[in-house]
Ligand binder design. Structure first.
Ligand code: GDP
Ligand code: MN
Length: 390
């Protein structure tokens, strides 16, 4: 789960990590007003769940309140594409208005989980404010990594070692150690999967300040953090995934043309593999879970159909806890409810499968019964192709 930069900076403040003074503007008048309050010079930063804004016009320095209003107006009216928005233009609803800082030097600092090492890793670089992947590619020697044993935490010598590797001296070493320790505490206490400060700067007053904030949370631990849950911005997430989570469906949008409705994550993956095997591409991963009733099935249909790339739907259900005839009824009712125009291939297996298949055959709906997963996948790929594969 992602949050916005301004929310990340609020968390930084709570953890004693220095950030520039700033507030969020929802209108260009607010941006103007906030800039005036900051003394006329400010930085305007669009708040979207994607980085690389600086290179795409999403971060602008202004030198008067009037200019802030004009820049904000343009930002609010221009959906932004950055190297991290996957080709999508993102609407701007909020702009962070911050005091302008003089940058003496920019660094990179992040904390991630290194699964191979089974440790937490601190990544730092003297090359801040630029894309870290590029630094890794062209100047790998400029990236330093320090592994932290989770049961021990960051030790003083490790913080100093990193500070020296960044070329910090004097008072900056202590400032850096304090920021790193606080960042690590935030990382652990809030169950983050990543925290990143890029750039961490030395400002005109010789202070180390976090000029940017990126935080990702481990979703599996979020039941422990209702406060973090409140930071979720649904407008930034895939709307189909948001709707799916509301109905307890696990849905992930993909690029293909075959909608999948499956119960069980393992079966869903096997189904997607089989579709690929027959030359097709799944439009989504969708696990309707164990108790797939009519309501869930119809919500699942609706979510699949909101993707206009979908040319056919493959339903693959194993009736274990749920009986096949009950599931078949659910599918039939859901299809009756909506005016379905694309072919649906159904494969059922398990308890009461004969009764279930019979119901589907006799339904006189546009449903095709397949007798096994291979046949079902082949039929779905064929049907998608006929409809003009996406
Ligand atoms: P990102 O491009 O989405 O990662 O956005 P950042 O928050 O990292 O901002 C991009 C760049 O804008 C930074 O690397 C800085 O060079 C610049 N920038 C941001 N805030 C300030 C500021 O207060 N003063 C100056 N001089 N530059 C800033
Ligand atoms: Mn940045």
């Amino acid at each position: 789960m992602n949050i916005h930069e301004y929310q990340g900076k609020e968390l930084f403040e709570q953890y004693g990590i220095p950030v520039p003074r700033g507030k969020v503007a929802y209108t260009n008048w607010q941006a103007e007003d906030l800039t005036r309050k900051l003394g006329g010079a400010a930085v305007l930063k669009v708040q979207i769940h994607a980085g690389n804004r600086g290179a795409s016009g999403g971060v602008k320095l202004v030198s008067s309140a009037k200019e802030a209003k004009e820049v904000a107006e343009h930002m609010f009216n221009t959906p932004i594409v950055t190297a991290q928005t996957a080709g999508q233009a993102k609407e701007v609803r909020k702009i962070l208005v911050e005091e302008l800082m003089k940058i003496v030097k920019e660094f990179y600092l992040s904390i991630i989980i290194d699964r191979d090492a089974q440790k937490v890793a601190v990544v730092a670089s003297s090359e801040g404010g630029v894309n870290i992947e590029e630094v890794a590619e062209h100047h790998p020697e400029k990236i330093v990594i320090e592994h932290v044993e989770p049961s021990v935490g960051i030790l003083d010598f490790q913080a100093r070692k990193l500070a020296f590797a960044l070329g910090l001296v004097g008072d900056h070493v202590g400032q850096f150690s304090s920021i790193l320790r606080n960042l690590y505490r935030l990382f652990v206490e809030k169950d983050c999967s990543q925290v990143e400060i890029n750039p961490l700067i030395i400002n005109g007053d010789g202070k180390l300040v976090a000029l940017d904030a990126k935080i990702n949370f481990d979703e599996n631990a979020q039941m422990r953090h209702p406060d973090v849950q409140e930071l979720r911005d649904f407008a930034e997430e895939d709307q189909r995934e948001v709707e799916a989570s509301r109905y307890n469906l696990s849905y992930i949008a993909l690029d293909g043309s075959i909608g999948c409705m499956v119960n069980g994550a393992g079966l869903a993956m096997a189904t997607m593999d089989m579709i690929q095997h027959y030359g097709g591409a799944p439009a989504n991963f969708l696990d309707v879970g164990g108790g797939a009733n009519t309501e869930k099935v119809s919500h699942a249909f609706r979510i699949i159909l909101r993707d206009d790339k979908v040319r056919s739907i493959l339903i693959n259900i194993f009736g274990g806890i749920m009986k096949c005839d009950i599931i078949a009824q659910g599918v039939i009712e859901a299809v009756r409810e909506m005016d379905l125009k694309i072919p649906v291939i159904v494969r059922l297996e398990g308890t009461n499968v004969e009764e279930g298949m019979k119901l589907i055959r006799e339904s006189e709906l546009n449903l095709t019964v397949a007798s096994g997963l291979e046949e079902a996948a082949r039929m779905a790929v064929e049907a998608a192709g006929k409809g003009g594969a996406a």
